[in-house]
Design a protein around this ligand. Structure first.
Ligand code: LLP
Length: 403
């Protein structure tokens, strides 16, 4: 049991709290599921990029999936070795590609023919051979929220199979490109296994057809996307997930790379916020809290559900209320029509499953400093990011103020 009242007193609110022991359990369950093969779990840094969280995964042996050179540097700083770091993303800048090649990371996930051309040209300038993997788009509907669905041709990610084949041939014939892997990622918060199996099968067939023309790949990168329970959804067990992938890889001697983000960090995270006021507009009940969409945007952006826990015993009947923050937007809410007991100034609410895509998607909108972040490990709490102050928020502007 986490003592949220104590944490709120010690660190103030709004506050992110991460239970590292839960994250360890998730990591180990997934690693164990793949034990029949060589595998690399490359934690998707974007889910929760706090350095201490990333260091925790580094110590467990995790690699990192990064989508900017900033994330690559974060992963290195946190202690993830370069040979376990991947660089994905649909729009890498020349400087990012250059740095990734110089840093000698495991491979770059290439997402278009044009990008392959840039990687080759930059590697040539550097007199190096860049290890690459190609992100293919298997055109499979992952059946998740449209904003986090990526595996259909209508999405911007990856390349179709025909183009991918051409790209592998180009890479094989180039002195500056070394094709080492194949990558797909069909979406996030996946709760159905069949689309994953289908995509993996399409990609495994592609590997076989490449083998037939003497292109041998070492890494079979299945992306991330494993869903978690926010409410009462049915989720995919790590064992079944791994079995589906292992099943399609028969006869292929490849290392499985997996890029889980949410699965590792979401349910170890909590967002703690304090009640400021209760108010009723006509029939509608609002609970106004000190946390807002700039801290946790998932409800506003995806209509996402986060379970809400009221800290301590409260008397009285539960009635539906919208939990809203101080930001000047009608879209600023953390929950809609959530059954809550009568609340008062100073009561604490805890939003669950906030360890992935919570803090990292935050902003300073309305000149609000971002929350502090705290971790709990072996029952002990420690600060891992200070609350942002007003001075922090204006630091990059102040010098330009004219008299
Ligand atoms: N690999 C690639 C190439 C990705 O694009 C992503 C996530 C992952 C791995 C990790 O996916 P995960 O295992 O966490 O599902 N902000 C959204 C989620 C966006 C996911 C973007 N890509 C949300 O809050 O639901």
């Amino acid at each position: 049991m986490i003592d949220f009242r104590y944490l709120a007193q010690r660190y103030s609110t709004p506050l992110y709290v991460y239970d590292l022991d839960h994250m360890t359990k998730q990591y180990e369950a997934l690693k164990e599921a793949f034990k029949a093969r060589k595998s690399l779990l490359a934690y998707a840094i974007k889910a929760n990029s706090n350095l201490s969280v990333v260091r925790h995964f580094a110590r467990l042996g995790s690699g990192a999936d990064c989508v900017s050179i900033g994330e690559v540097k974060r992963a290195l700083l946190a202690g993830i070795p370069k040979y376990k770091i991947l660089f994905s993303g649909v729009g890498k800048k020349d400087e990012e590609i250059r740095e990734a090649i110089e840093l000698d990371i495991l491979y770059i996930n290439v997402e278009s023919e044009a990008e392959l051309g840039r990687v080759e040209a930059i590697a040539k300038e550097l007199g190096k051979e860049a290890r690459i993997s190609i992100r293919v788009n298997p055109n499979v509907d992952p059946k998740t929220h449209p904003y986090i669905s990526t595996g259909l041709h209508e999405n911007k990610f990856g390349v179709d199979m025909e183009s991918a084949k051409r790209m592998y041939i180009t890479a094989k014939n180039s002195d500056n490109l070394d094709p080492v892997g194949i990558h797909f990622h069909i979406g996030s918060q996946l709760t159905e296994l069949e689309p994953i199996r289908e995509a993996a099968e399409i990609v495994a067939d592609m590997v076989r057809s490449l083998n037939a023309i003497d292109i041998e790949l070492k890494f079979f990168d299945v992306g991330g996307g494993l869903g978690i329970r926010y409410d009462d959804e049915e989720t995919i067990a790590p064992y079944d997930y791994a079995q589906a992938i292992l099943g399609v890889l028969k006869g292929l001697d490849m290392t499985i790379v997996c890029e889980p983000g949410r699965f590792l960090s979401a349910n170890g995270g909590y967002f703690v916020t304090k009640v400021l006021y209760e108010k009723i507009n006509g029939e509608k009940r609002f609970v106004v809290v000190d946390g807002a969409m700039n801290d946790l945007i998932r409800p506003s952006l995806y209509n996402a559900y986060h379970k809400v826990e009221v800290v301590g015993e409260k008397e009285g009947e539960k009635t539906p209320a919208d939990i809203v923050g101080p930001v000047c937007e009608s879209g600023d809410f953390l929950a809609k029509n959530y059954p809550l007991p009568p609340l008062e100034h100073g009561d604490l609410l805890v939003l669950h499953s906030a360890g992935a895509y919570g803090f990292g998607m935050g902003s300073n909108y309305n000149t609000r400093g971002r929350s502090a972040e705290v971790v709990i490990e072996n029952g002990k709490d420690r600060l891992v990011r200070k609350r942002e102050t007003f001075e922090d928020l204006i630091a990059l502007e102040k010098e330009f103020l004219e008299d």
